[in-house]
Write a protein that binds this ligand. Structure first.
Ligand SMILES: Nc1nc2c(c(=O)[nH]1)N[C@H]1C(S)=C(S)[C@@H](COP(=O)(O)OP(=O)(O)OC[C@H]3O[C@@H](n4cnc5c(=O)[nH]c(N)nc54)[C@H](O)[C@@H]3O)O[C@H]1N2
Ligand SMILES: Nc1nc2c(c(=O)[nH]1)N[C@H]1C(S)=C(S)[C@@H](COP(=O)(O)OP(=O)(O)OC[C@H]3O[C@@H](n4cnc5c(=O)[nH]c(N)nc54)[C@H](O)[C@@H]3O)O[C@H]1N2
Ligand code: SF4
Ligand SMILES: [Mo]
Length: 679
């Protein structure tokens, strides 16, 4: 194996580790052992050398003076920020002796891991950690904060995270970005769409906010939050009524189309218009455009499913391509996520068999605040890694109150002193992905990639894999799975006979090629992993699970008597809360803003640029207002998960609900309501 680390200078291949569908190939330019430039790798077949600005500026983060260098223990009160350097031996000894005692007195379920995908490497994000916590018998975390609702909804229709090959979308003639801010969150899909546009394609964006993606559209369709399901049903109504459906496709590859045809009669354009705020003529225009354009492609985003009805909304939109037979056309169909194509051998990587008690309790991460405060028997220790719940989790005040508990033994493993780490008893320094070995599988394009260490580990920092090895040793777990090398873990993961798409992809071929495309084929003709093997427009499984078996519009839940629906979306230059602590990225983004319709602003006597108080019964924030026509009346939108700079109140998740969505226990960040007033 080549050892990039030992070479002080040169240009080395790498992967973007961030939770972003594009999963770009990178080239790291090294001088004197340090990364001096992060560039796109022109050899990557999809991302082709282009990367976003935030990762171009990644070196500011990787070599930041503020990175954690050593393990530390808390010497002040929680959230005071006073810590003292300790050795790794002391850190591991403190943690494991605490846990051994907890296991004796309260049982292993008193301990909870809390993590998400701060680094998408599979060994880092869901490898050695899973083995460790299974063996420990800790409470299990249901990792629902991102796409759980939409994934569950899409699966009812299509059987899994299966869409089209994004490389085919250059052939599309109609591209609908639906609830996705792709310019910021999937820039290479935008590049492919621009190519399609040169060949005559139209780009439509359906969103609650005319942001940079909306501004790029040939046609921007604003609608009220949480009403997309109704819009899709209105389209179906017109597609059937005006005979724009592909009966042969429906016959051959779907079940339930007769029931659906009758069912959507109720969603006439007038009714749908009154729900969505989209004018009747625009609903006709959209349905006819979709019904008559071939190939038509829908990129289904994450934003539209962060609602009470997010599962059903995604389920409903995912039925559309079947109605017009788009799945058979190159460049037609949809992508919600493509992760099922690259599914690896999770059982062997994560070893769920090591968990003895099959009834171990499961805690939904969206409810972490409430659970820390109310659960009985209580969570007595939490180990946070690759996530920053104090900023990113809903009901933020409850989360921070839970973290503040004096009797909660909190360990945080991160690269930085995050808002969460300030509450820790023990802080452990993490390596960046460029210091580790790992493999990466995109959930949008079809390539698997490998990361080999390019730079030395920063001071005493350690990778997640290494820390869990040490913890296993400290706990006295002598199972050989904790001894496996990264190379062995990658080989184990890719050895997965039940996924033929991975044929020929293994550790050695990855080392040799850096990027390998899965052996994907078009979904049709073919059999889907749904119960019927077909696209399920009518789903008996949904009925069994307590949902309407047909796509149905269900309004979001009334969040209280506050005038505005509040959509606190991500921003362009951060990745969730990552980069919110880097001066460069903050200055690129300038400041957090609240977007408000000018009629609403007039009514509230609020002027552009003023600071406003945004509040509900969960708490309050203060942001500057941008007044204009980029959001509909009754809706306010903020962008970015900012941390509280001194004297500011900009933790937007203070205001968001921890209700669970209709499916998958998903998050409902965008279904909350607020009041807004000038200060
Ligand atoms: N620059 C950047 N890139 C990112 C991230 C980031 O923070 N910054 N985060 C990464 C992660 S973890 C994820 S999950 C993805 C998310 O990326 P996306 O899939 O783009 O999802 P969001 O950005 O959450 O929301 C997308 C859009 O949904 C809109 N929206 C909100 N509610 C509704 C609704 O009811 N209907 C419709 N039609 N639109 C609605 C919002 O206004 C927003 O423009 O991006 C990833 N990439
Ligand atoms: N209001 C609102 N809230 C949201 C969202 C929204 O749109 N609006 N989006 C939600 C979504 S979709 C998501 S996915 C979540 C994401 O929320 P998080 O998973 O918390 O993501 P980040 O904020 O990026 O935090 C990741 C942390 O992991 C650390 N990290 C990176 N690499 C490593 C590593 O190798 N090891 C360790 N130990 N740590 C590492 C980073 O330094 C960073 O502090 O946020 C959710 N919260
Ligand atoms: S964040 Fe997304 S667009 Fe930016 S470099 Fe990483 S994968 Fe590419
Ligand atoms: Mo996410």
């Amino acid at each position: 194996m080549t050892t990039f680390v030992n070479q002080q200078d040169g240009v080395f291949p790498s992967v973007c580790p961030l939770d972003c569908p594009d999963q770009c190939g990178l080239l790291l330019h090294k001088e004197n052992g340090k990364i001096v430039k992060v560039d796109g790798d022109p050899n990557h077949p999809v991302t082709k050398g282009n990367i976003c600005n935030k990762v171009r500026n990644m070196k500011e983060r990787i070599h930041s003076e503020n990175r954690l260098k050593y393990p530390m223990k808390r010497v002040g009160t929680k959230n005071e920020g006073k810590f003292e350097r300790i050795s790794w031996e002391e850190a591991i000894q403190t943690i494991t002796s605490h846990w051994k005692e907890l296991i004796q007195t309260a049982g292993p379920e008193s301990i909870l891991p809390y993590s998400f995908y701060g680094n998408m490497g599979n060994l880092t994000a869901e490898g050695m950690d899973r083995r460790f916590f299974h063996r420990l018998g800790a409470s299990q975390l249901d990792r629902t904060i991102c796409q759980a609702a939409g994934t569950t909804g899409y699966k009812y229709t299509m059987g899994g995270n299966l869409g089209i090959d994004p490389e085919d979308t250059i052939h599309s003639k109609l591209i609908i970005f639906w609830g996705i801010n792709a310019v910021s969150t999937n820039m290479h899909q935008v590049a492919l769409a621009q190519k399609a546009k040169k060949n005559g394609a139209k780009i439509v964006v359906i969103d609650v906010h005319k942001n940079q993606t909306g501004r790029l559209a040939d046609w921007f369709i604003p609608l009220l939050p949480g009403t997309d399901g109704a819009l899709a049903l209105g389209m179906m109504h017109i597609l059937f009524a005006e005979n724009m459906v592909d009966n042969q496709f429906l016959q051959e590859y779907t079940i339930g189309h007769e029931q659906l045809r009758e069912h959507v009669v109720q969603y006439d354009p007038e009714t749908v218009s009154s729900i969505t705020g989209v004018p009747v003529e625009d609903i006709y225009k959209l349905a006819r455009m979709y019904g008559k354009t071939n190939p038509a492609y829908i990129r289904i985003g994450n934003g539209l499913q962060h609602h009470d009805n997010g599962g059903m909304t995604t389920r409903t939109i995912s039925c559309l391509p079947a109605l017009t037979g788009q799945w058979l056309v190159k460049g037609g169909g949809a992508i919600k996520s493509n992760s099922s194509f690259l599914a690896y051998n999770e059982e062997d990587l994560q070893r769920p068999d090591l968990l003895e008690n099959k009834h171990t309790r499961v805690i939904n991460m969206n409810e972490i605040g409430k659970k820390l405060l109310e659960l009985d028997p209580p969570i007595q220790s939490m180990y946070v890694y690759s996530s920053n719940p104090a900023v990113v989790a809903p009901e933020g005040s409850l989360v921070r109150k839970g973290l503040q508990r004096d009797d909660l033994f909190l360990v945080v493993h991160d690269l930085f002193m995050t808002e969460t780490a300030k509450y820790a008893d023990i802080i452990l320094p993490a390596t960046s992905s460029f210091e580790n070995t790992d493999f990466y599988a995109s959930y949008w394009h079809h390539y698997i990639q490998i990361q080999q260490p390019v730079i030395e580990k920063y001071y005493e920092s350690k990778s997640n894999v290494d820390v869990f090895r040490l913890l296993a040793k400290g706990m006295g777990f002598d199972d050989p799975v904790f001894e496996e090398t990264e190379a062995e873990m990658i080989s184990t993961s890719l050895d997965h006979p039940s996924n033929p798409y991975l044929n020929g992809i293994n550790y050695d071929t990855l080392l040799e090629k850096q990027y390998i495309k899965a052996n994907v084929k078009p979904l049709f003709p073919g059999k889907l992993p749904t119960p019927s093997g077909k696209i399920e427009l009518y789903s008996e499984k949904m009925e069994k699970d307590g949902h309407s078996p047909l796509p149905t519009y269900t309004p979001i839940i009334n969040d209280g008597d506050f005038p505005y629906l509040f959509v606190p979306a991500p921003n362009h230059n951060f990745l969730n809360s990552t980069f919110s602590n880097i001066t460069k990225h903050c200055s690129l983004e300038k400041e957090p803003r609240l977007h408000m319709n000018s009629t609403d602003a007039n009514m509230e006597n609020i002027k552009d640029g003023e600071t406003v108080r945004i509040w509900n019964n969960r708490g309050e924030c203060e942001l500057k207002v941008t007044v204009g026509e980029n959001v509909l009346q009754g809706v306010v939108v903020s962008q970015g998960l900012w941390t509280n700079a001194p004297g500011t109140k900009q933790l937007v998740n203070t205001l968001t609900p921890d209700r669970l969505s209709d499916m998958g226990g998903g998050a409902t960040f965008f279904s909350g309501r607020v009041a807004v007033e000038r200060i």
